[in-house]
Design a binder for this molecule. Structure first.
Ligand code: FES
Length: 101
């Protein structure tokens, strides 16, 4: 497990994700009102990038078929997605947001 830098914490706007690619994994990192959260950026239904979807109230809506996921838990909230997203621990180290993978 390694910590990966994303961006300085003050460079994040609320509900606007920043995406980092680590090997095969694309991770989207969000600033929500209570902290930073990292999820897999790829929808579990078909191939779509959640970072291109609509984010509101801690949820992200897939841009392809509009399934919603809870950003904090990764839980798939409605159809057609049935599989939860992977989530990753985050921390702020020296003012920089990081996630662990
Ligand atoms: S690809 Fe995301 S809901 Fe279908």
């Amino acid at each position: 497990m390694t910590w990966h830098d994303v961006a300085p914490a003050d460079a994040f706007d609320e509900d606007v994700p920043k995406v980092v690619q680590v090997g095969e994994e694309r991770v989207a990192v969000f600033r929500l009102e209570d902290g930073f959260y990292a999820i897999s950026d790829v929808c579990t239904h078909e191939y779509a990038l959640l970072s291109e979807g609509f984010c509101e109230e801690g949820k992200i809506e897939c841009p392809l078929h509009q399934a919603c996921f809870d950003i904090r838990s990764g839980k798939a909230l409605d159809e057609p997605a049935e599989i939860d997203l992977a989530t990753f621990p985050t921390r702020v180290e020296g003012g920089v947001v990081q996630f662990q993978l």
